[in-house]
Design a protein around this ligand. Structure first.
Ligand SMILES: *Cc1c(COP(=O)(O)O)cnc(C)c1O
Length: 816
């Protein structure tokens, strides 16, 4: 998918300088002599925003004039990170800004670090939404992102004695220069209460009388695409109480009690739930889901009715994408709005709903499939529960008529009748959508064969694949200007617009001069990372060492443990044969654990304990170092990725839906050590197995082992002396001498009851790591493979992914 060229800049250094000073004076209220660095950042951000607004208003006017179909991307998470370089880069004004600020002695790169990360997401799912917003703007697809403006994003992670501590995050504390509050755009969102029915003109009209109402207020952030031709809106909702204050209580002197209703209502947008892989199970989470789905749908219907005088043609003009099941309650809400508010008949309302909606599945892990108790839904959203029941009855009647037996019907039902009756949100999303997609070829295939097998057989033809992608503007151009410059010098600047032209790099992989240049651009990034490690952790790491990087949320299925076990086995080997020809390696870890996921926190602690022992053992002499970088977020990812030599993508096969961290690292020239899981499979197809280190069981082998051996690895451990020594070391307290039993339970789990098959894949992983070492000793081979990785990653641009959604799912046309 080709993206448009940059326009000739309409701004000059002088005009930007004047604009920044004006913003500083009139928006911040400071003169240059009194301004703090933070003030300069805000003035600069506002100056950039002014330029975006010009694009934004003309984009909106164009979409209106053309009567264009719009995309609404519904996501409970947008993991945006910082916006300044995104916006300035896409407007082509970074260098001019730099020079304009230099006139005042201000350093743009320092200001960059003052912007707080917008961490409104947990991990890959939220980051995907952010990459998609950028690609939709770049391709000039008229689109809204809809989500929640959490007061507090994902917690800040600190580490005390190896143990994760969660500190509330406070990204809005110094204001947010990118957003516009829209107090006039607010919608009522109800909860609880009762439903009444009345016969009107021969049909029963239902009215829901919520027991509780709050308001959703819009905050808009414009998102500009590459080249500055088009900007879309990220519209995030903030909860406001209907009554700001119980005045009578206040006047009686109950100053705190007067605010309780308000605090309760506004809790809905207070904090992002940490954990992207298990339902929080809390009522507040369901309230969040309904809150944003309802406000977003009301907003879309309002806009539609301004432009068209009927809701009947909604599906021709609106495509709603559900990012996972979190917004799936929106299906029942859209039905309610069409039936109860706009007076449509069931069949037509259902046709419109399915016509608008499509759904992206992000996980097959059973514990992560959202299910809400019927009792909770009945209490919180009584009309929606009615609609779900009716929908289910119609669906099951159709299937029974088609010959489904009771057992099959139980599997097809929207309601899980097992342990407490619960609504299967994945089934609801499936039925309410015209298109259901997985996020990598393997994941889509497994989805078809596992969780949605029966539904697909019953109401087939909906499942399609849309392999994830990443925006290259952020994950290559901004993150890695050194490599980007080399690519432009070598291939011309069309590589910035058409990433598929990266394949023209292939002949250069054979060129020693180019390989040297490719290697050279990584050196300053590794040096910078070494400085950061020294500053943050007081540890000296060698920038010449192999940087081996595993960065992602801490989860058993992602198998940071496997990597730690390898560190231990290397440690044992170095001590046993200190004079062998070892090459220095630094193992980097970063990632957060969900606060309630104790085992994941144990893994973080083990990484720290191993780091302490290994890093301070004089026999190791720096040949192996283990580093845990705290508080993983988008900005830390942007620093780590360009410094990586080796990318660890080692999930249990069948468990990682796609992965996008794998794409970022390979694009930047890291070699992947990985299992045949998620998008690794497609990376391998393009990059070639010879340029990766593929190991471990396939999904079929995992499945076969699950049914034959089960989760017991006693025999596997007995057969592998290195592994036995590693697990014994853990169990006996080598890494926790102050508390020898600390990892005994973890070691037992690995041997006897590990559903993630760490031990079963250890030997294969260990051998793949030996191949890594061998290749690292051969710089020609290593850097040749590194170049080939970058050369073949163009397909993983999120522009390609969005092009597929636009043509195949949304039926919208890129605008330029
Ligand atoms: C890309 C990204 C992720 C997703 O990483 P995976 O390795 O695919 O799990 C998570 N968090 C951040 C901050 C990211 O940038």
């Amino acid at each position: 998918m080709d993206v448009p060229a940059e326009p000739t800049a309409e701004h000059s250094v002088e005009s930007l300088h004047d604009a920044i000073l004006a913003r500083l004076l009139y928006n911040i209220g400071k003169t240059p002599s009194r301004a703090s660095q933070r003030d300069w950042y805000a003035a600069t951000a506002l100056t950039i925003r002014d330029r975006i607004v010009d694009v934004w208003t003309s984009s909106a006017a164009r979409a209106r004039a053309q009567g264009a179909k719009r995309v609404a991307y519904f996501s409970l998470e947008f993991l945006i990170g910082r916006l300044m370089f995104d916006a300035a880069g896409n407007l082509g004004m970074v260098e001019m800004l730099r020079n304009a600020l230099a006139l005042e002695g201000i350093d743009l790169d320092h200001l960059r670090t003052l912007e707080p990360d917008a961490a409104l997401g947990n991990g890959g799912l939220g980051r995907l939404a952010a990459c998609f917003m950028e690609s939709m703007a770049t391709l000039a697809i008229p689109a809204f992102g809809y989500g929640i403006r959490y007061d507090h994003g994902l917690f800040r992670q600190t580490i005390t004695d190896g143990w994760q501590q969660e500190i509330p995050e406070d990204w809005l504390s110094s204001g947010n220069p990118w957003e516009f509050q829209r107090p006039e755009l607010s919608y009522r969102v109800g909860f609880g209460g009762s439903v009444t029915g009345a016969i009107e003109a021969g049909r029963t009209a239902f009215t829901w009388n919520p027991g509780e109402t709050l308001f959703a207020v819009a905050f808009d952030t414009p998102m500009v695409g590459y080249g500055g031709h088009h900007a879309n809106t990220l519209r995030l909702w903030s909860a406001r109480a209907a009554d700001p204050l119980a005045l009578d209580a206040f006047n009686r002197g109950d100053h705190v009690g007067a605010l309780t209703d308000r605090v309760r209502a506004e809790a809905v947008s207070r904090v992002l739930y940490p954990g992207d892989d298990s339902p929080a199970g809390q009522e507040l989470r369901l309230r969040q889901e309904y809150f944003f789905a309802s406000a977003s749908l009301q907003d879309m219907l309002r806009r539609h009715l301004v432009e068209h005088d009927t809701v009947r043609n909604l599906a021709e003009f609106v495509a709603i994408q559900l990012n996972d099941t979190h917004p799936a309650i929106g299906i029942a809400e859209l039905m309610r709005l069409l039936l109860d508010v706009h007076g449509l008949e069931w069949d037509e309302a259902w046709r419109i709903t399915q016509g608008c909606i499509s759904y992206t599945n992000h996980t097959l892990l059973p514990e992560a499939l959202e299910m809400w108790p019927v009792l909770l839904l009945e209490r919180l959203l009584p009309r929606h529960m009615q609609i779900i029941y009716l929908l289910n009855a119609r669906h099951l009647d159709t299937q029974r008529a088609a010959g489904a037996d009771d057992r099959l019907l139980a599997g097809l039902s929207l309601i899980d009748e097992g342990s407490g009756r619960r609504v299967r949100m994945g089934h609801l999303a499936f039925l309410g959508s015209h298109s259901v997609n997985g996020v990598s070829a393997l994941h889509t295939d497994l989805m078809r064969r596992t969780i949605f097998r029966d539904l697909d057989a019953a109401v087939g033809g909906r499942i399609v694949n849309r392999t994830n992608g990443i925006t290259f503007r952020r994950w290559l151009h901004q993150t890695n200007p050194g490599l980007t410059r080399l690519l432009v010098d070598t291939l011309g600047d069309r590589v910035l617009r058409d990433p598929m032209t990266l394949t023209d790099l292939m002949p250069h992989a054979e060129d020693a001069g180019f390989r040297a240049a490719f290697k050279a651009q990584r050196v300053p990034r590794k040096q910078a990372m070494a400085r950061l490690v020294a500053a943050q952790l007081g540890l000296v790491v060698d920038p010449e060492a192999l940087f081996d990087i595993q960065i992602k949320r801490i989860h058993e299925y992602k198998r940071q443990l496997l990597n730690i076990l390898h560190a231990i086995s290397q440690y044992n080997a170095i001590r046993a044969q200190p004079t062998r020809d070892w090459r220095p390696r630094v193992k980097f870890f970063a990632g957060k654990a969900a606060p309630s996921y104790t085992l994941a926190k144990q893994i973080i602690r083990l990484a720290h304990d191993v780091a302490r022992v290994v890093n301070s053992d004089p026999t190791v002499r720096g040949l192996l170092q283990v580093v845990f970088m705290p508080n993983y977020n988008v900005s830390l990812a942007e620093l780590l990725i360009p410094s990586a030599d080796l990318s660890e993508q080692i999930s249990t096969a069948g468990m990682e839906a796609s992965g996008t961290g794998n794409m970022k690292l390979a694009l930047n020239g890291a070699l992947t050590i990985g299992t045949m899981d998620g998008a690794n499979v497609e990376i391998c197809e393009r990059v070639g197995a010879a340029n990766m280190f593929i190991f471990g069981m396939s999904t079929e082998e995992v499945e076969a082992r699950r049914t034959s051996t089960g989760f017991d690895a006693t025999a596997t451990v007995a057969a592998c002396p290195a592994l036995r020594d590693v697990v014994e070391a853990m169990r006996s307290g080598v890494f926790s001498p102050e508390e020898p039993q600390r990892y005994a339970a973890l070691a037992d789990r690995l041997i006897h009851s590990d559903p993630f098959f760490v031990c079963a894949d250890f030997d294969s992983y260990d051998r793949a790591q030996d191949l890594v070492d061998a290749k690292w000793r051969d710089p020609v081979a290593w850097w040749r493979s590194a170049v080939i990785n970058t050369a073949n990653m163009g397909w993983f641009s999120s522009d390609r992914t969005i092009g597929e959604y636009a043509a195949g799912t949304w039926n919208v046309k890129p605008g330029l």
